[in-house]
Structures are given as structure tokens and as C-alpha cells.
Design a binder for this molecule. Sequence first.
Ligand SMILES: [Zn+2]
Length: 269
Amino acid sequence: MSGTESEKRPASPESAVVLLSGGMDSTTLLHYVVRRLAVGKVYALSFLYGQKHRRELEAAAWQARAAGVIAHDVVDMSFFGALTPGGSTLTDQALDVPRLADLGAAQLSQPPTYVPNRNMILLSLAAAYAEARGVADIYYGAQAQDRYGYWDCTAGFLDRINAVLALNRRIPVRVQAPFVAWRKAEELRLGRDLGVDYAHTWTCYRGESAPCGNCPACVERAAAFREAGWPDPLLRVCFTKGRTGRITAGPGGAYGGVVPETERTLSRT
Ligand SMILES: [Zn+2]
């Protein structure tokens, strides 16, 4: 064995880093890695990237505990919003999160909810985190229904970032995205098999007391639960039905009757 090879730190196939936002995609992925892939040492990694609310991070912490990860670390890059003024409605306090129904076709190719180069930055930080721990595999919850407007959720992006990471001479970390060709409803069916509690996930771009029901993320989530034929347990938690059967808690509005106001979906699959 050459000196260089003998100095290599073995990358354990028993360990993985999972990017965990607290949304339904990454939460399903976390439990898939822990329960289905039976990876013994799982590190969950979340990011404060200047998003307007922390509800998804609270959900991430809950899910990390439920999955029994050996560590859940939150990277504070809350400077990111100031670094990218006007870059995204998710990080610029002066910009309102749009309703999906108000977005035109031209905007959908890269919607105002896109965050400039965020995912490459998050994956780069995750690669450093993994490499330092001798972990070769990062799991990333990209799925097919986001590729319409987010280039950094596509298979082409993954291929290229993996090609760059493969240049690493000691621990060529790989980004694994097992759901990259999946629809969200397929994830939900897997998650149901795995016993995932989606009441402890957060998807809405607005961090209010209940999901707004009309931002792009809410509409996509609602469509996925409908397609899976399964009521969203988060809505049961957020909207309490009184004796009349009417929604009596939460902001009402778009989720009155627990049905989003539009059937429009972002899916291009
Ligand atoms: Zn919403």
C-alpha cells in the first residue's frame, strides 16, 4: 500500500449525513435512511439560512429525535439573507411570499421562492461536515416535482456536484438523492410504510400558526396528500373542528374545509 493510500481515512459505509429541513421530503428521507437503509450512524444537518421563520427547524429537531440520530447540528448562516438582498422571498423580509396562483408561467421556471445558489452552498457545507467525520454519503431530499423551477434540485445538478466532489483524493463524498425521480405522493406512501409522523413536519413558506394553503409549497403538499389518498395530519393538528364540523381554529382562509384554494400543481412530471 502506498503512503498516500495508507493515510486514507476509511469512509464508513455504516454512516451518513442527512440534510434535514423539517419538510416532508427531507423528513421522509431521514427515516428512509435510518429505518429502510438501516444506516447505524446518522448525522442530521439543518441550516438557518435567513429564512423568515423557524417552524421547519423545530420540526427538524423533533424528527431528528424521533429517528434517533447520533447528532443533529444546525448551521447558523443567518447572514445569508443580508448577503443576497432581494434574492428570494424566503429570505428578504421586504418581499412577500407569493401565492402560487399569482405566478405566471415565466416566473415558474425560477420562482421568487428560489434562493440564490442555496443548495450548492448547503451541500458544500454538508460535504465538509461529512468529510471531517469520515462519512462518505450525504443524503439530499431532492425530488422530481421541484425540478420545474429549481435547477439545484435536478439530476443534472447532482451529477455535476458529485463530479466535483469525486476529485477529493481522500474521502470523495457522494450526494445521494434517492427520491430525485420520485413524485411527492410516492414519498408519502413510503413515509406511511415507515411510520413517519407528518404532523411534525413544516412545509409552508410562511411561518404562521397554520399552513397558509396558497403558497407554492402548501399547494404542492396538499396535492401530494390528495394524490396519496391520505389526509395531511398537520392540518388536523392546526385546524380544530368544532361540533358543527366547521373549522374553528387557525387562520381559516385557504384551508377552510382543509382543501387548498387551487388545484393547480407545480408538477411538470
Ligand atoms: Zn403556505
